[in-house]
Design a protein around this ligand. Structure first.
Ligand code: ADP
Ligand code: MG
Length: 288
């Protein structure tokens, strides 16, 4: 690391592991529109270490895109604390946050066209994303090749199909060899072969550049290829999966979300009896 002017000497004071790329501490996100308030995230606690690849799962409206926007530095939390790359976002003025984003973060938003400058040719879109780092034409060509757009370098982004735009958006997000890659459903418009390319590219970035990736996805092929899953339900981290094992998360106030696959045994709204064991508890449906 040569030059990190955005840090301004402001290391977090809490005991954050030096390798954590993301840390959320009681993060709350509230959207205010006229007289309605939507609580999109409530008390999210999450630590993601450098080099991890995380699939962010959950039903529609759960808060996945909101969390991604926060990790991208595009939103600031309504409450709670958020660290990105070891720096607390709340301590950064807008200029420093913009610099952190341009140098260290790559983002693929849900709508592919929003990631691109429509009138610019594909290769120039990728090159433009290197404006805050050292320009690297070889990397531009290599990324276009890896997303299968080697022959499309001169084509303006707005003359590409949705699927091509989605692949180009990933090349743009990786142009600056980001420490943190955030991608919102990056394979939603791709066939299986193009989807596999995208997965390979994310894994390659993690291996070659140490890029930490957080990918919102409904695509099983994507979530299975990444090292960890985090499931968001109703604005909270409900469960996590690592190496094939799914674990529920006990929240701040002791709340546990029963995963949908067990709703037939313990339906939402039912009452349960708690029985302590030496190493935990069991929940048994009460009454009836
Ligand atoms: N800009 C916004 N203004 C108001 N409410 C929003 C806005 N964006 C998202 N929401 C609401 O926040 C909640 C979480 O949305 P979102 O993060 O997009 O969920 P997901 O990506 O999991 O589908 C939803 O109830 C959604 O309607
Ligand atoms: Mg979304």
């Amino acid at each position: 690391m040569i030059d990190e002017p955005w840090r301004g000497g402001e290391r977090p004071t809490s005991p954050t592991s030096p390798t954590s790329m993301v840390r959320c501490d009681g993060v709350v996100q509230i959207y205010r529109a006229r007289d309605v308030e939507v609580v999109a995230l409530r008390d999210v606690d999450l630590v993601i270490d450098a080099g991890e690849t995380v699939a962010l799962l959950g039903p529609s409206g759960a808060g996945k895109s909101t969390l991604l926007w926060l990790l991208a530095g595009l939103l600031r939390p309504s409450a709670g604390r958020l660290w990105l790359d070891g720096v607390e976002v709340g301590r950064l003025d807008q200029r420093r946050l913009d610099r952190l984003r341009a140098r260290r973060i790559g983002t693929v938003l849900q709508n592919p066209a929003r990631n691109l400058i429509g009138y610019l040719p594909a290769a120039q879109n990728v090159a433009f994303a290197q404006r805050a780092v050292r320009r690297d034409r070889g990397r531009v060509r290599e990324l276009l090749r890896r997303v299968g757009l080697d022959d499309a370098g001169n084509r303006p982004a707005n003359r590409m199909s949705g699927g091509e735009q989605q692949r180009l958006a990933l090349a743009v997000a990786l142009a600056n060899a980001p420490a943190l890659l955030l991608a919102d459903e990056p394979t939603s418009q791709l066939d299986a072969a193009s989807g596999a390319r995208v997965i390979e590219l994310i894994k390659h970035a993690a291996q070659a550049d140490g890029t930490t990736a957080v990918v919102v996805t409904h695509d099983v092929a994507v979530s299975e290829a990444l090292s960890r899953t985090v499931t968001i339900r109703d604005g909270r981290v409900g469960s996590e999966g690592r190496r094939g094992e799914d674990l529920v998360v006990v929240g701040r106030e002791g709340a546990v979300q029963v995963p949908p696959e067990f709703h037939h045994l313990l339906p939402p709204g039912s009452m349960a009896r708690i029985e302590p064991l030496d190493d935990g508890i069991v929940l048994r449906r009460a009454g009836s």
